[in-house]
Structures are given as C-alpha cells and as structure tokens.
Design a protein around this ligand. Structure first.
Ligand SMILES: Cc1cc2nc3c(=O)[nH]c(=O)nc-3n(C[C@H](O)[C@H](O)[C@H](O)COP(=O)(O)OP(=O)(O)OC[C@H]3O[C@@H](n4cnc5c(N)ncnc54)[C@H](O)[C@@H]3O)c2cc1C
Length: 486
C-alpha cells in the first residue's frame, strides 16, 4: 500500500512517520530543497536564525509521535522549560517579566501594574477550563465525524459550552477580567498566536494562554529547527522516501478516488494521498474541489514581516522572547485586518535564540529575529511598506532600549508575506491558515478528509484543527486515526 504525502511541513513529516510506522510505503514530495516548510533556518556569516516559529508548546505531542512510531525521543533532542515566558516593554515606560512561575508572575503584576491577584488566578483557571472543555472536540478529534460528536465526553462538554465564551471577543472578555489595560493588552496578544485579532476572535481562544502559562513554554537546546531535523530523521528511520525539488502539480482523481499525483509532467500512482499543502493552493492548483468558492472566501490569518539581524553587541535587558508593545492595540489590528497595512507604531517581537543557543551568534554578539504582524499579501506596495516599517521598528527599539540599534546591525535578511508565500505556498504568506476572527472559524476550517473523494486526506495549519506546531501535530494524529494499519 503506497501513500504519497505532499509537502514536508511539520504536519506532513509527522503524518509520514505515523503511516510508515503502520506499515505503509510512504513517499514525500517537497518543492523545496529541505524539509520543514515554515519551520526553517538561515545561516549568515557566523549567525544562525530560526526563520519561522520560535515558541514551542505541548512538547508531549512530539513525544506521542515518537511513541506512535514505536521509538523513544533521542537523548540528543533536549528541550527545556522556560523560566521567563516573555519580557514586555510598554510605550508608557513600564516593563514586565512574564514568569512561568505563576506566583512570581502574579507578584510582578500586582507590584508593577496594581492588578488584583485574584483576577490573574481566575483568568488562568478559566483558560484551563476552556482547554478541558474544548481539547477533545476541537483539537484532538475530527469535528467532521458524527461518531466523534456523540462521544460521552463530547456530549458532557456541550453542556458546558457557555463556559467557553464563544459569544464574546477575547478583548471584551479580558477587559472585563483585568483592571490594568496593560494586562489586557498582554493577554489579548495570545490571539496573534494563531494569526487573529483579539478584537474579533472569540474569547474561547483564551485557551492559548493556558498552553503557555499553565502547561509551559519550551525551547530546544539546539534551536527550533532541531524539531524538524529530529522528526525528519525519524521519518528516514521508518523508511519514508523523500523527493525534494518536487512540486506536485495535480492530485489525480478517478471515480471519486484519489489514485495518484503528478510531478514534473510525470504521473505517479498511489493508493492514498495526504496533502500538507495549504488548502487554498490545493483548490487553486491541484484538484477540482467541490467547495472551492467557500474556501477562497475565508479570511487568511495574519502574515509577518521579519528582519533577521546579526547584532555585534549584547543586550542583557533582553531575554529569549521580548515584546515592545504598541500604544493603540485596537488601531494596530484595525490596520492589520481591515486596512491591510502595518501600523506606524507596531508591536515588535524580538526573539534572540543566542540567549539559549550560544553558537547561534559570534562571541559578544546576538542574533535578533525582529518580527511585526503583517497583513497577508493582497498586492500591497511591499517595498515601501518594508522600508517605512523598518524605520518605525528601529525608532521604537531605540526609544525602548535607549540605544542606536542601526549602529550594531552587521547582517540582515528580510522575510515578508511575499517570500513566505513563495517558500511555503501558503495563501498570501498567512502563517496559520485561516484567521479565527469569527466564532464560526473552527467549523469553517477544512476537514482532514473529504466525503466526496476517497483516499484523500489533509493535514497542516490550513485545515482542522488549525495552525501552529502543536495543532499541525494534532492534525497528523487525526489523519493517522482515519487510516487503518496495513
Ligand atoms: C515567521 C513565522 C513564525 C511562526 N511562529 C510560530 C510559533 O512561534 N509557534 C508555532 O507553533 N507556530 C508558529 N508559526 C506557524 C507554524 O510554523 C506553522 O503553523 C506550521 O509550521 C505549519 O506546518 P504545516 O504542516 O502546515 O506545513 P508548512 O510549514 O506550511 O509547509 C508546507 C510544505 O509543503 C510544501 N508544499 C506545498 N505545496 C506543495 C506542492 N504542491 N508540492 C510540493 N510541496 C508542496 C511547501 O513547500 C512546504 O515545505 C510561525 C510561522 C512563521 C512563518
């Protein structure tokens, strides 16, 4: 039984490992020269950068993947729980450390922001409850199988459905929970973890704060790309074959069954096909999809503008993850999703992996991944927007860190929605598939299989349950459950 996987993003790699371990003959077709898709790395004159994700949550899903493949996580693949989740810098001059220790974090919020400690405890409890109610229905099972919806645990959760506050926005919920507007902004930011706006996304997404604050944020000792390197090794060990530089141009369907695919003008026959390609690319280029129009209407998640800067100085005031917040978050998201541009005072994220992985930068230097949220590409004037935004970012960093950062930038590379789209084929360079800017988003996300075409499955960030490393790993598990062992 031969299975083809289109794309070697984390979802594709994880599915390939699972299916090969079940006895299938698995072949991956990847248009790029290396595996990983959005999880990639850049080497520049002594600096190494994780080019995509920087935050690693739910590592147990990686452990579960190894277990499903009948293997142990290699002793060389080590990830550490972070003590500091993020350092926050506000325009008004306040700084806040988000400690993973909730007692320490609460003290920090009480001392620096005058927050009521009970509000913080209440918030984390409520985020944990949302996870309990939703995880089984929305994350770890197909939403598109009646038998899943009839499970006792799911029915029990449905009785508590009002507790997940899908009828309120994240911002509305957070504003009614916290006294300090600075803390509202801090917790609103979790909407960006799946490329959405806190002013539109349902309060159910406060569940994201549970993953980071209650369960923990992690970082691999060798950087984020180590996740891909290890899972790729696992796939090779399980006998998966990889064809790089291989763009799949069509999924061949006969008598309502997927029977193969085409690469470079050649047809290849397969018994089953799993696509890790963005669903928009699938419906636009690979097959005649019955719901093409509906899929194309869905709003993509945000994209990103990233500056990878080699810095020839060390900044002890920064940690691994740092945020320099904007003054007007509402206007920032209004610009992002409605006006499709980048605010003049954007929230700036600075990720410095060399704080943990010393070899990522030369001695006394740092590797800065400086990112702002950007609209998915819809033909903006990116050359102008990149130059203006770069200057705005530099001004903001200089003001917050009291420096002249342009004097220390010795290397630069830029990723924009255009380059992200070119590299990964995601619509407009969207980072997380479709946005969750509506209470129906979870239900509108594409299923992991089609009732109208047999032997065809879908994984990755653009389909159920959504974007981000943990959810892509969850999608692989769902597809694995759909395909019986040989
Ligand atoms: C800058 C950035 C920051 C991010 N930050 C985080 C973070 O901190 N934490 C987090 O969890 N997530 C983060 N994400 C999101 C996360 O990276 C993605 O959700 C996840 O990696 C997507 O995996 P995927 O399985 O959907 O595949 P993708 O990564 O989208 O890869 C798909 C692969 O399929 C290939 N492909 C597509 N179509 C074809 C075809 N027709 N033929 C051959 N090959 C094809 C592409 O070349 C690509 O390699 C970030 C992403 C980016 C870009």
């Amino acid at each position: 039984m031969k299975i083809a996987v289109i794309g070697s993003g984390i979802g594709g790699l994880a599915t390939a490992c699972r299916l090969a371990s079940k006895g299938y003959d698995v072949t991956v077709f990847e248009k790029n020269t290396t595996p990983g898709g959005k999880i990639s790395e850049i080497h520049m004159n002594g600096y190494r950068f994780d080019a995509g994700p920087s935050l690693f949550t739910l590592p147990e899903l990686v452990e579960e993947l190894y277990a499903a493949a009948g293997e142990k996580v290699p002793s060389t693949f080590i990830y550490k729980k972070l003590e500091v989740l993020c350092k926050y810098f506000y325009n008004s001059g306040e700084n806040l450390i988000a400690w993973s220790d909730q007692k320490k974090f609460t003290e920090e919020c009480v001392q620096k922001l005058g927050e009521d400690p009970d509000n913080i405890t209440k918030y984390f409890k409520s985020a944990s409850l949302i996870y309990k109610i939703t995880a089984d229905i929305f994350l770890f099972n197909s939403l598109h199988k009646v038998k899943n919806l009839l499970k006792f645990s799911v029915l029990k959760s449905l009785f508590q459905v009002f507790k997940i506050r899908f009828y309120k926005t994240m911002h509305g919920d957070n504003s009614s929970n916290f006294k300090s507007p600075l803390l509202v902004q801090l917790f609103d930011r979790y909407a960006t973890y799946n490329g959405s706006s806190p002013f539109k996304a349902p309060a159910t997404l406060n569940v994201i704060a549970h993953l980071e604050n209650n369960l923990g944020a992690y970082f691999p000792e060798k950087g984020m790309y180590a996740i891909v390197e290890n899972i790729y090794e696992l796939a090779l060990k399980k006998g998966v074959q990889f064809n790089f530089n291989s763009l799949v141009t069509s999924i061949d369907i006969k008598n309502k069954k997927a029977v193969g695919l085409s690469v470079g003008g050649k047809n290849h026959a397969f018994d089953k096909i799993v696509s890790d390609s963005d669903i928009n690319y699938v419906v636009n280029h690979l097959m005649d999809h019955p719901k093409k129009k509906q899929i194309k209407r869905l709003e993509p998640s945000s994209s990103a503008l990233v500056f990878y800067w080699g810095i020839n100085k060390e900044f002890p005031e920064l940690d691994l993850h740092n945020i320099l917040f904007s003054s007007d978050y509402k206007e920032e998201f209004n610009n992002l999703f409605d006006k499709k541009t980048i605010d003049a005072d954007p929230t700036v994220y600075i990720f410095v992996s060399s704080k943990m992985v010393k070899s990522d930068a030369p001695t006394n230097c740092e590797n800065w991944f400086v990112m702002v949220n950007a609209p998915s590409n819809s033909k903006e004037n990116w050359d102008d927007l990149i130059q203006t935004t770069k200057q705005n970012i530099i001004n903001k960093i200089n003001k917050s860190l009291k420096t002249n950062i342009e004097d220390y930038i010795v290397q630069e590379k830029i990723a924009s929605p255009i380059t992200i789209e070119q590299n990964t084929l995601s619509k407009g360079g969207a980072l997380y598939g479709n946005s969750s800017n509506s209470m129906f988003s979870a239900f509108l996300r594409h299923p992991n299989f089609l009732k109208s075409v047999k032997n065809l499955y879908f994984v990755g960030g653009s389909v159920h349950p959504g974007g981000g490393i943990p959810l892509c790993l969850a999608s692989a598990k769902i597809v694995d459950n759909e395909i019986p062992a040989v």
